[in-house]
Structure formats: structure tokens, C-alpha cells
Design a binder for this molecule. Structure first.
Ligand code: G3I
Length: 373
């Protein structure tokens, strides 16, 4: 740290002052976005447009910390496809507009998933209709944002070894209707709709070196990427979601390094796209959980940021005020603390840990300016 007062301090101090929080910023802070940019990385977070429009202090924090925002929910089928015949981009366009007005990027999440599907789809999805549905959806959604989205999560959570297939693929509605080709097809469609967008496969459960099902999943993912690359499929990145575990030792070491290198050797960029921490089953008090979270983030980021193919770091939410854990891993006491800022938007130990990890990270070549579609 060199004592600079940065844009983050100005915006954050204003935001905190507006809600009556003054002394929280005891030490100067540096924006994640600037620290990341110095290392050739994009820093972002995921959220929904309503939080940015209605919660001005939160919005100021996002603006000061992030170069990019991932559409947490508003680009999912459930929101964009309320009926079989129409598309509703109202909320997603509001998010895109908010970001464009501030010179910030939009990360596209997600085109093909087995969750957050509208109920009408189950009745209509069949082997006869699947390809047409995918074609219409991907062409329309990616086409709508052509030139405005640097990267898309095209297919997410496609691997689930527990489903018992030899190739490790999840028996998702898409696979059941189309077979494994739905993955390649989705990437081709996205590429045709926006040839300059970077296209990612995203998944969770790839982070830990000592969890057997995660080790199997790494192998299935590498096999899948190798197969897609050998078929000339336009896949450009693997997005490691990075939902870390508060109740598991931070086993990030040679196995994770080797896995990242395998992915990099296949020519892919790597994104850390949904970083947060599950403290649902951690019995320590808030202070203890915050210390543990900071340690886990530091150990994880030190390993992943060492890998030059890692180009993006994005948290799933930014403040504990808005977190997916509310729906996915609630605590009985309601005090989920998965993110770098607390509910009052004050930086926690996790924030300091992320900053320090960014400072320690080796520089990589700066990302080429986004050319648009
Ligand atoms: O908005 C309604 C609210 O009005 C209602 O009171 C409440 C009652 O449950 O539900 C609210 O909607 C919830 C919505 O998030 C809020 O934005 C839904 O129930 C809830 O299912 C939905 O969860 C989202 C989840 O994906 C399912 O789509 C989370 O916000 C979102 O963070 C989560 O994100 C996923 C990624 O897409 C894929 N990877 C895992 C990640 C979760 O860790």
C-alpha cells in the first residue's frame, strides 16, 4: 500500500456518510477494480438491477469496487422467457443501462442451465423441439446484447458425476432432450450471435484438493473441454464458480494448480466468477467466522491468481446485505457472512484479504480492449 486516496475512498466515504456511517474507514482502502486492473485482471460482482437502482449506498460501493457486474438473475430463462413466445429484457436492459452509463461491463449469465427455467418449458421441451428452442433463445439473447457483453456463461453446471453417466455429464433437461451435443451446439449458437464475445463453461465444485467428488469433476471437466476444443467448438474460458466452504479446511494446493494448468494448456482463459463462502454450518461467532473466511479467501486466491490464465475475479454479491446464501445456505440465526463487505457496507477481514491477495498476485498482460460485436 502506498497511501494513495483513491476513487473508492471518495465514493465509499460518500456512501457511508449518507447512511450515517463515518468512522468505519479507519485506514485508506483501495478499490478492487484498480488493484485488479494493475494486475491485468477484471474485478466484478454479481447483483440484480433493483439493488443498484434502489439502494444508493450499495450502488456506490459496486461502482467504486467493480469494473463489471454479472447479471445475477435477470438473464436467466425464468426472467427473460415468461411465455413461450416472448422475450422480456426489461430488467436486464435496466442493468445493462445502469452499467453502460457508468462505463462498466456486463457479464452475461447464463444461457443454458438446468435451473431457473420457466414452468412452460417442461411441457414444450422434447427431442423434436430442443434444438429450435436453444437456437431461438441463444440467438435472441446474445444478439440483443451483441457488442455489449465481453463474456457469457454459455453452459453452466453441465457436469454431475453422481448422475452416473460415463462422461460425467449431468442428466439435465437439455441433455435428456438433445444428448451431449447440446453443449457444443450452445457454444456455436452464441458465437454466431456475437463473434467477439468470450464464451465460458461454468461449474462449481472444482476448488478443493481433498474432496473426492471434486477431483472426479475436475477430470470430467478437462475431458469435456478437450473434446470440445478438438471439435473446433468456440469455447474460450472456464468459469470456476468458487463457492468456498467455511466448514472445510482450505485444501488448495498442487492439485488445484495442476488443474488450472491443464485448463490453461487447452488454451482457455479462467474466470473466478462466483466467489463467496458458505458459513451455514460454522459455529463460531461473527468475528471468528470473519477471520476464517479471510484466511480461506487468501489461501484460495494465492493459488488461483498465480495462474496467468486467470483473467477475472468476481464475487457473487458484494455485501452480506444481498447474498444468494439467503436462498441456498441460510443460517438459523440469519447472519450469513459470505462476502467481503458486511450488511452495513463496511469492509470485513475478507475484504482486506482479497486486497492483499490482489497485491501479491503476479501481473499478467493487460486484457485487450473489448472490441464489441
Ligand atoms: O424475489 C423473490 C422475493 O420476492 C421472494 O420473497 C423470495 C421468497 O423466496 O424469493 C425471491 O426470489 C429469489 C431470487 O433468487 C431473488 O433474486 C428466488 O426465490 C431464488 O430462488 C433466487 O435464487 C437465485 C438462484 O441462483 C436460483 O436462480 C439466487 O438469487 C442467485 O444468486 C443464484 O445464483 C446461482 C447462479 O445462477 C449459478 N451458480 C450458483 C448460484 C448460487 O450460488
Amino acid at each position: 500500500m502506498n497511501g494513495r486516496w483513491t476513487r473508492r475512498d471518495t465514493v465509499l466515504a460518500g456512501a457511508l456518510a449518507s447512511i450515517g456511517v463515518g468512522p468505519a474507514l479507519a485506514a485508506p482502502l483501495y478499490s478492487f477494480r484498480d488493484l485488479a486492473a494493475e494486475k491485468g485482471l477484471i474485478f466484478g460482482c454479481a447483483t440484480d438491477p433493483e439493488h443498484l437502482e434502489q439502494d444508493l449506498p450499495f450502488a456506490a460501493l459496486v461502482q467504486s469496487e467493480c469494473a463489471q457486474v454479472t447479471a445475477e438473475n435477470v438473464l436467466k430463462w425464468l426472467i427473460v422467457r415468461p411465455t413461450p413466445t416472448g422475450f422480456d429484457f426489461t430488467r436486464a436492459d435496466r442493468l445493462a443501462g445502469w452499467l453502460a452509463a457508468r462505463g462498466m461491463g456486463l457479464y452475461g449469465h447464463c444461457l443454458v442451465w438446468h435451473e431457473a427455467l420457466p414452468s412452460w418449458l417442461a411441457e414444450r421441451l422434447s427431442s423434436a423441439s430442443a434444438e429450435g428452442l436453444l437456437q431461438e433463445h441463444i440467438s435472441t439473447v446474445v444478439g440483443h446484447y451483441r457488442g455489449r457483453v465481453r463474456a457469457w456463461d454459455v453452459v453452466i453446471e453441465a457436469v454431475e458425476n453422481a448422475d452416473g453417466r460415463a462422461d460425467g455429464l449431468r442428466r439435465s433437461p437439455w441433455l435428456n432432450a438433445m444428448g451431449p451435443d447440446y453443449i457444443a451446439e450452445s457454444f456455436h449458437l452464441a458465437h454466431a450471435a456475437d463473434p467477439h464475445a468470450h464464451l465460458a463453461l461454468a461449474d462449481y465444485g472444482l476448488e478443493y484438493d481433498d474432496i473426492p467428488w471434486m477431483l472426479d469433476k475436475r477430470q470430467a471437466i478437462v475431458r469435456l473441454i478437450r473434446a470440445l476444443r478438438s471439435q473446433g467448438v468456440p469455447i474460450h474460458a472456464l468459469n470456476l464458480q468458487s463457492h468456498l466452504l467455511g466448514d472445510h479446511p482450505p485444501a488448495f494446493g498442487q492439485g488445484l494448480r495442476a488443474f488450472l494448468q491443464d485448463v490453461a494448456d487447452l488454451g482457455l482463459e479462467i474466470y473466478i466468477g462466483e466467489l463467496d463462502l458458505d458459513d451455514q454450518n460454522v459455529s463460531a461467532n461473527a468475528e471468528g467466522r470473519d477471520r476464517a473466511a479471510a484466511d480461506i479467501f487468501a489461501r484460495y486466491l494465492d493459488v488461483v491468481l498465480e495462474q496467468p490464465a486467470v483473467k477475472m475475479l468476481s464475487t457473487w454479491g458484494l455485501s452480506d446485505r444481498y447474498t444468494a446464501k439467503t436462498y441456498i445456505a441460510p443460517r438459523p440465526d440469519g447472519d450469513m457472512r459470505p462476502l467481503p463487505f458486511d450488511r452495513d457496507l463496511r469492509p470485513k477481514r475478507a475484504s482486506t484479504a482479497i486486497q492483499a491477495a490482489l497485491e501479491r498476485a503476479p501481473k499478467r498482460p493487460p486484457l485487450a480492449p473489448f472490441r464489441g460485436g
